[in-house]
Design a protein around this ligand. Sequence first.
Ligand code: GLC
Length: 472
Amino acid sequence: MKILYAASEAAPFIKVGGLGDVAGALPKALCRAGDDVRVILPFYSAIPQHLKEQCTYRTNFYFNNAWRSQYCGIFEAEIDGVTYYLLDNQYYFDRPEIYGAFDDGERFAFFSRGVLECLPLIGFYPDILHCNDWHTALIPVLLDTQFRNRPGYGGIRTVFTIHNIEFQGKFDPYILGNVFGLSEDIKPILYYGDCINLMKGAIECSNRVTTVSRRYAEEIMSPPKSCGLEHILQARYWKVSGILNGIDTELFDPETDRRIAQNYNVDSLSLKIKNKNALQTELGLPVTNSVPLYGMVTRLTHQKGLDLITAKLDWLASQEVQVIILGTGDAKYEQFLREAAGRHPGNLRVCLAFDGDLAQRIYAGCDFFIMPSEFEPCGLAQMIAMRYGTLPIVHTTGGLADTVIPYNPEDKTGRGITFQSFHPEDFSNALWRALELFHNKPHFTKARKNAMEGDYSWGPSVAAYQALYREI
Ligand code: GLC
């Protein structure tokens, strides 16, 4: 089967969040399973030079993004058996930031239209066009309203994946004609509430809608997690499903990971302590195994549960524990963490940075991984933590609920610690239960082994996507 996977970010080229990881890993896994999957993304100037050098210029053409005639260069690369197409336009993509510009609507409309316009030039008419999040949500709409009658486009089927329903691509109605180049009669497809809503249009026009976990697929059917789209989704529930993300189990393997102090596997779990000690040394914390080390690697936003951290970090740091938090994000949370670190110099470390290598040392070196997200469509960090035998402490929501089975000392099953309500007391209770588990060594070790033995690979999801593609 021929699949074109369109995304605003894809590792290794460019990665801002989990979408980039997924757009890097899923097409690779699908290719290995035998399908012809190609990825298309914008050619941002922020792509690292060594990767730009792997891209070959193929051709260029002009097309109209509404009334604006725009240049579009096509670059091509092959990495790990996957073909990538990168659409070039310096006016739109030579920016320091990937997202957040005043004209994001126009930038991603250019990209979306470019994806459809370039098919004859790349000579690839896919069976399936798989779009992701609001940046590519215009593609299924344009396909149905402006491209269907062109030769080669008639049979293309579309899948739209929601990685985060919070960002829907909402714009003032004037954008319809002026920027998207769509006529007024398309308005009912894209109009929702009092504005143009791209995600709503994609949900209507796509053959299938998926989200990145089963639980999230259920959650977005009603408020508040639906972020206003419940009526649209409920009316089309038959085409909505949840397929859990995986992680790259080769990249995230404690047995071979070169970024950590000591490699280990489930049979040599006792060696993991060397990573804890190395991390304590690096952070200037007392080197000891008599207290648990809690870690957190996150974007500092409300989604990730930072309000619970704000409420309970001082309490946690006043226990016999050590804590390391790594991340960047909203200024108010950064400020809080900076001050909190000042209040607890003996056992709390805060690193306000984006540091992939330190993240890895945290996954390997900690005893517990804190992830109290208010909502979490899938979440990748909890799976990485479990693969490294670090027990996640999570709010039972979305993909966290689907992947973190709470440890049950009765039958010794489960691989983490969960709390049900997004409330500071429920959260601190979970942190406390973790502390108790740490001091109950046989159970602690069993829970860690369970975590390490879990299957977090793309295998089951690849099969689910293949079945979905074939069905439509
Ligand atoms: C978004 C979601 C996250 C998910 C990721 C990849 O970043 O917030 O939960 O894991 O997309 O699908």
